[in-house]
Design a protein around this ligand. Structure first.
Ligand SMILES: *Cc1c(COP(=O)(O)O)cnc(C)c1O
Length: 406
């Protein structure tokens, strides 16, 4: 009997009951807007900022409408404007170059390595060639580069780093939480990330001037003193007339849904580690399949799994994906010629100037990606791995038999 997997790769866990109760309380109050508070009340959005600042160890935190909004606000607050080059990973998702384009910046794409992290030699070369002053570093699919080497290089290159932590909320490098290495860390609370509010974003920073600009940009009007996790009102005095309101606030309903999830995050990270480990164990040693090594210093969140199929051509990979899908295993492929679903590639982002990225192209041509929602069990993950291993092991003979059977 051919084994088939019947779980859903897009089914997240329900919202915890305490978060539902908090959301219902907000709805009963009618005060969903973050600046609509009763006397003496701290809005859920403000309380979320305090809680998430404490969770990451950041001095300041701002809650916004999405992860993309967090990046746009951080880039703009850091001074990126019309025509400015901004470095970013060539392997990431569309909202990252999209955030750069939205503030008028020009994405300068940096190669990724076979380990799916930014290539430091290419970063140095492109920083010098472009004159960029900002790196929007995307920890794409949770792969954290050697942050000590990266930050030392960026200091030498006079580059400021904004971290895209959409896939690294709860992760760390050498004990330092992801999002705490650069001038700002941006997180998403969209359903497929590590805390689920449907949509939403958070940005942390230790820089008072930067955070004051971000608060004003987010749409605080002159109510910035209602941000307990922002700098004191004096920091806003010289900015309040000049920084535009681009209106991307978070509301109290989402914040209420999120706050109890912060305490749950470390437990979720542990569970993701077990799911990831079950897939990794099941795929280790499978011929033709390259797993991504995870460095000792990296504490990663195993909310997704990637592997490479080096040397396989597109037609083979397409058939492999079809066979896995027929057995219930939904894989994404970054080598596809046309963007599909959430998956796209640098040459699909035509708002960025075309750039030659041969090393990244070679990696993406064989890069397979899958989600690991927490609704999966370790037994599910072992089953998924068996199916992938089985289908990856089909050789030309089995394939020829398939084609005859078609
Ligand atoms: C989801 C995602 C974002 C943006 O988050 P949204 O909240 O959906 O705007 C940014 N970067 C990466 C890598 C993502 O996957």
């Amino acid at each position: 009997m051919t084994e088939v997997f019947s779980g859903s790769f897009t089914q997240q866990e329900p919202i915890p009951e305490d978060a539902i109760a908090a959301a219902v309380a907000v709805m009963r109050s009618g005060r969903l807007h973050r600046y609509n508070t009763a006397p003496g009340e701290m809005a859920e959005a403000a309380a979320l900022e305090v809680d998430f600042a404490a969770f990451t160890g950041a001095r300041y935190c701002l809650a916004v409408a999405s992860g993309g909004a967090a990046m746009r606000i951080a880039l703009r607050a850091a001074g990126v404007g019309q025509g400015d080059p901004v470095l970013t990973n060539a392997f990431t998702l569309a909202p990252v170059p999209g955030a750069i384009a939205a503030v008028g910046g020009v994405p300068v794409l940096v190669e990724v390595t076979e380990d799916l992290v930014i290539d430091l030699a290419d970063l140095a070369a492109k920083a010098q060639a472009s004159g960029a002053r900002i790196l929007l570093l995307s920890h794409m699919r949770g792969h954290v580069c050697d942050m000590d080497a990266l930050m030392a290089l960026c200091a030498r290159l006079d580059l400021r780093v904004i971290e895209d932590c959409a896939h690294t909320m709860g992760a760390a490098w050498a004990g330092v939480p992801s999002g705490r290495h650069g001038i700002a860390g941006c997180y998403s609370t969209q359903t497929y990330k590590h805390m689920n509010a449907g949509e939403g974003g958070l940005v942390v920073s230790d820089d008072a001037g930067l955070m004051a600009r971000m608060v004003l940009l987010s749409g605080s009007y002159m109510l910035y003193d209602r941000h307990p996790a922002a700098p004191a009102p004096e920091a806003f005095a010289d900015l309040r007339h000049t920084v535009p309101n681009i209106s991307a606030r978070m509301d109290n309903l989402r914040a209420a849904v999120l706050r109890p999830q912060i305490a749950a995050l470390p437990g979720r990270v542990d569970r993701w580690a077990r799911l990831y480990g079950a897939v990794e164990t099941g795929l280790r040693g499978v011929p033709g399949l390259r797993l991504i090594p995870r460095p000792q210093a990296e504490r990663f969140v195993g909310s997704s799994f990637q592997f490479l199929l080096p040397g396989r051509d597109g037609a083979w990979i397409d058939r492999f994906l079809g066979r896995c899908l027929a057995r219930g295993v939904e894989l994404k492929w970054f080598g596809r010629a046309e963007p599909a679903g959430f998956t796209s590639r640098h040459d699909h982002w035509r708002y960025a100037p075309p750039q030659a990225l041969p090393r990244t192209d070679a990696v993406l041509a064989g890069l397979i990606d899958m989600r690991l929602p927490l609704t999966f069990t370790e037994a599910d993950c072992a089953c998924i791995a068996r199916i992938i291993a089985d289908e990856a092991g089909r050789d030309g003979v089995a394939e020829a038999a398939d084609r005859r059977a078609d």
